[in-house]
Design a protein around this ligand. Sequence first.
Ligand SMILES: NC(=O)c1ccc[n+]([C@@H]2O[C@H](COP(=O)([O-])OP(=O)(O)OC[C@H]3O[C@@H](n4cnc5c(N)ncnc54)[C@H](OP(=O)(O)O)[C@@H]3O)[C@@H](O)[C@H]2O)c1
Length: 263
Amino acid sequence: MNAPNDFPDGDRRPPRRVLVSGASSGIGAAIALAFAERGDRVAVHYFSGAGRAERVRDALPGTGHVAVGGDLADPAAIPALVGTTVDGLGGIDVLVNNAAVLTGAQPIDAMPYAEWAKVWTEVLAVNLLGAANLTHQVAARMLAQGTGGRIINVGSRGAFRGEPGHPAYGASKAGLHSLGQSLAVALAPHGIAVASVAPGFVETDRVADRLSGEQGAAIRAQSPFGRVADPAEIAAAVVYLASPEALWASGAVLDLNGASHLR
Ligand SMILES: NC(=O)c1ccc[n+]([C@@H]2O[C@H](COP(=O)([O-])OP(=O)(O)OC[C@H]3O[C@@H](n4cnc5c(N)ncnc54)[C@H](OP(=O)(O)O)[C@@H]3O)[C@@H](O)[C@H]2O)c1
């Protein structure tokens, strides 16, 4: 590991090497910032947004951050993505599986079969298979290092509440939560903890149209707080779950939905 960092509050913790998938925007960018503010070094992963990812990287406090590209829907691209990350950071201690796609509405009662099948393939390829493949390659590096690690999945409230308009997305997130629970057991003997967060609505560009449109007030009213989440609120929970103190949260799926859906 690297030399300890000095923190203003006197806390001295070694910086960790953190890969955040899909960190070129939204929640992923906020997660990258939260780790960097803690003194960690971050690989800002992107797919199509190389310029955006470089701007996120350049705005992070601290040094040693990198931007790393790669299509998570392509299993053949993932070993190189992880290799570039490990070369850039000098190893890897934390993976955040944040990248995902949310397609347009997918109504089962109005969608032609060919389109339906295409959307399911596209969504699962990134949100579930991409995360599973990325996790395999990162876990292999953590096992080789022998240093333990943390894997945090960004799931969704939709996995529990249902996503009638976006069933492939909801199923992909339920699968991601389940992947995390299986791997929490499989990786515990290696000192690797795995947990997930399940956010409700979060104010990002992805949902900006819905929040500013006719549905906006109803979406905010889903929570008794009368608002949606700020990306920094999701990032804070991810940083906690990746902390040494959170080992015992391994296997958890943490609701972050402002009491909008209780289970
Ligand atoms: N916003 C919400 O209300 C909300 C609620 C619950 C859960 N979530 C979850 O939170 C996470 C982040 O959401 P967000 O709102 O911040 O979304 P976002 O701004 O659309 O970010 C999605 C990220 O995924 C990356 N990505 C897309 N396709 C990819 C591919 N084929 N390969 C690799 N990366 C790919 C994008 O990269 P490029 O832009 O570089 O292509 C982008 O960085 C997602 O897992 C989402 O499901 C969001």
